[in-house]
Design a protein around this ligand. Structure first.
Ligand code: ADP
Ligand code: GN1
Ligand code: MG
Length: 363
């Protein structure tokens, strides 16, 4: 942990006259280091984040994307006549050189205004799922008119299934950690579904599906709520980028509509929570229906299977590579995660008909 003096040095790159009163870790994010900073000057509080530049290697592109996205959303909210804008969209501060980040001692930092009287939730309920669905759908709707090519891919091919399968097959071929033999059964299950799971890329090549701007990390803890339970805004904008549209419903189904944990060791706990799926989908369709095509609407339940399959592949790939990407907390953690995700996938497959029928009211 840095000293207050070191943090003051970083803060002053953005706010030259500020003095730190306190700085403390904040939230439960897994990617960046998030700190809440209180100053003595009557400005702030702020959220100071160290950007994980090993994962987001092009910090300049990342912060440029975020600047475009936040100012675009601010414009949309103004057009709608919304008030209290400073609590409805994140505001980042420029550093003294005009860039929206600074580099100190090899680390990259950004500063954002702390949104007062806001909170995020780690545990899901139907009520929160509905609200989050509305918020993520509206987020995509507001960004739908950003022209192609304006935002970069902060992690290239992030949710591209063909690319993730190539990485998986390469890991299997190299078998660097000698773990391929013990995972044969799961490898077979992955290969059996590989073609079917690359449908988005195929439809895109055929011109039936277009790329859209997606959030790509649609967990409930990436939504800030007001004291009365209404949504303030969507946060954690690092993975906002162009890609395939099923990401933003798929990853919520994967993370929210699971009766167990992402890495549950007791696979009996893991199954689809149909109520959460329905609540999220209804919320999402309220705001996303205006831009989704009938084909995309029909594919939304497939999105849940796709993102769950993709995460099975990503965890197993990391296991085969000897655990180099995801932080692991116990031996075999990535394999347990992959197995739990696969169990969820089987449950989603078993409920596919019911989920697809649920979409009929929007078709
Ligand atoms: P990570 O990429 O590590 O998940 P996030 O940007 O999601 O980081 O931030 C982690 C947590 O910090 C959030 O879940 C939220 O609780 C809190 N947080 C982030 N930004 C703000 C903000 N501007 N105002 C209030 N709380 C925030
Ligand atoms: C990573 O750490 P977290 O939950 O914010 C990952 C996601 C995965 C998720 C799996 C940039 O996000 O894509 O779905 O782990 N983020 C990145 O838990 O790789
Ligand atoms: Mg987050």
């Amino acid at each position: 942990m840095k000293t207050n003096e070191q943090f003051t040095g970083i803060l002053r790159r953005f706010c030259p006259d500020s003095n730190i009163r306190s700085v403390e870790p904040f939230g439960n994010g897994h990617i960046n280091d998030t700190l809440k900073v209180i100053t003595d000057n009557g400005d702030g509080p702020y959220i100071l984040q160290r950007i994980n530049h090993h994962i987001f290697t092009d910090v300049d592109m990342l912060q440029n994307n975020i600047r475009i996205v936040t100012s675009h959303i601010r414009g949309k909210l103004l057009e709608r006549g919304e008030t209290d804008l400073d609590r409805k969209v994140l505001s980042f501060l420029p550093a003294s050189d005009g860039r929206y980040y600074c580099c100190e001692g090899g680390d990259f930092w950004r500063l954002c205004r702390f949104i007062p009287r806001s909170r995020s939730y780690e545990t899901i309920t139907s009520q929160l799922a509905r609200q989050a669905g509305k918020a993520f759908g509206d987020f995509q709707a507001m960004l739908a008119d950003i022209p192609e090519g304006v935002l970069g891919e902060t992690i290239p091919n992030f949710h591209n299934m063909e690319f993730r399968l190539r990485q998986f097959r390469e890991a299997l071929h190299n078998n660097i950690a000698h773990r391929a033999d013990e995972t044969r059964a799961l490898i077979c299950e992955i290969e059996n579904r590989a073609d079917a799971m690359c449908l988005q890329e195929k439809l895109y090549r055929e011109g039936q599906l277009k790329k859209r701007i997606n959030h790509c990390d649609t967990k409930v803890n990436n939504v800030l709520f007001d004291e009365d339970g209404s949504v303030l805004c969507v946060i954690d904008l690092d993975t906002v980028m162009p890609g395939f549209v099923l990401s933003d419903i798929g990853d919520f189904i994967r993370t929210g509509a699971n009766n167990g944990a992402e890495d549950d060791e007791n696979l009996a706990n893991v199954s689809l929570n149909m109520e959460i799926f329905k609540a999220y989908t209804e919320g999402y369709m309220e705001t996303a229906q205006i831009f989704l095509t009938p084909l995309e609407i029909r594919l939304l339940p497939y999105g849940g299977r796709l993102l769950t399959y993709m995460q099975t592949v990503r965890f197993l790939t990391d296991y085969l590579n000897g655990d180099t990407y995801y932080k692991t907390h116990r031996p075999g953690h990535n394999l347990q995660r992959a197995s739990a995700q696969f169990k969820l996938l089987e449950s989603l497959e078993a409920h596919a008909g019911e989920m697809e029928s649920f979409m009929n009211k929007w078709l």
